[in-house]
Design a protein around this ligand. Structure first.
Ligand SMILES: C[S@@+](CC[C@H](N)C(=O)[O-])C[C@H]1O[C@@H](n2cnc3c(N)ncnc32)[C@H](O)[C@@H]1O
Length: 259
């Protein structure tokens, strides 16, 4: 994992109880679930379901920010994620709702479903986790194979401006809802990607635990997305622009591709 600034120093200080974890595992799986819970994009998926059918699969569904909403509203929705920890949080929510959706722990680049879906969703700019065009095209081709003829793939991204300020951004502080901890999120921007570092501290029963993680987000723009689509068998159906919650740029593009 790549660290810079504050997190790099924490790592090098050798403090006790510093746990390094993957961004969607252990403490950080719970952290994501607690802090990312807006549902501004759900009405768009409902609109697509009315048009294309309600047999839906969400790739990289995480702890179910979207999936739980779709299930509550009666859709036939399934989910897939590579993180067992994210899926365990989702399973717990499903059992409280008394629903039993198909949930699969697998890699979205390779997964072959026995069912063909009307809609496959890839949300929360998860496409930015894929490091190059070869991998993005591999994903698109795999989505294509898991869709029925005439089914659609919807994914989102942020159109990165040509002129971006490189270097470290001002860190963001986030206090846990239960006031038993906080996190500091820092980001360093390079030409083609940014590195995100998170330092998170909890204080439970007078015991302090420190967690750090790092991930890369690859920067995309409209031209790059068009180039990827051109190299697949998908037909571009339409693109929506929504005001996204929790993103500085605000505008998020939602691309709908048809098989
Ligand atoms: C930004 S979160 C999105 C979670 C959820 N879709 C949402 O909208 O809140 C990204 C998710 O992608 C999952 N992921 C990353 N790479 C994956 C892969 N190759 N296959 C399946 N899931 C993957 C992570 O485990 C994580 O849960």
């Amino acid at each position: 994992m790549e660290y810079f600034g504050f997190c790099k120093e924490i790592k090098e200080m050798g403090l006790p109880d510093v746990y390094e974890e993957e961004i969607y595992s252990g403490h950080f799986a719970k952290f994501y679930d607690t802090n990312v819970n807006d549902i501004f994009d759900v009405p768009l998926y409902e609109k697509l379901a009315r048009e294309y059918g309600n047999h839906i699969m969400e790739f990289a569904c995480g702890s179910g920010r979207i999936l739980v909403e779709l299930l509550k509203r009666g859709y036939d929705a399934a989910g897939l994620d590579i993180s067992q920890d994210m899926l365990e949080i989702l399973e717990e929510k499903c059992s409280k709702l008394n629903v039993k959706p198909t949930l699969v722990c697998d890699d979205m680049l390779r997964h072959v479903s026995s069912s063909k879906y009307d809609i496959i969703i890839l949300a929360r700019i998860t496409i930015c986790l894929l490091e190059d065009d070869e991998t993005r095209i591999k994903l698109f081709n795999n989505v294509y194979n898991n869709l029925r003829d005439g089914g659609v793939f919807v994914f989102n991204y942020l159109d990165c401006p040509k002129e971006i300020e490189l270097g470290e951004k001002r860190p963001t502080f986030l206090f846990n809802k239960d006031k038993k901890g906080y996190a500091i999120i820092s980001e360093k921007i390079f030409e083609d990607r940014s590195i995100v570092n998170i330092y998170s501290e909890t204080n439970i029963d007078d015991k302090t635990k420190r967690y750090i993680t790092s991930t890369s987000k690859y920067l995309l723009n409209n031209e790059m997305i068009s180039n990827i689509i051109d190299q697949t068998a998908f037909k571009h159906e339409r693109t929506y622009t929504l005001n996204a919650v929790n993103y500085e740029t605000g505008k998020m593009k939602f691309v709908v591709l048809k098989k």
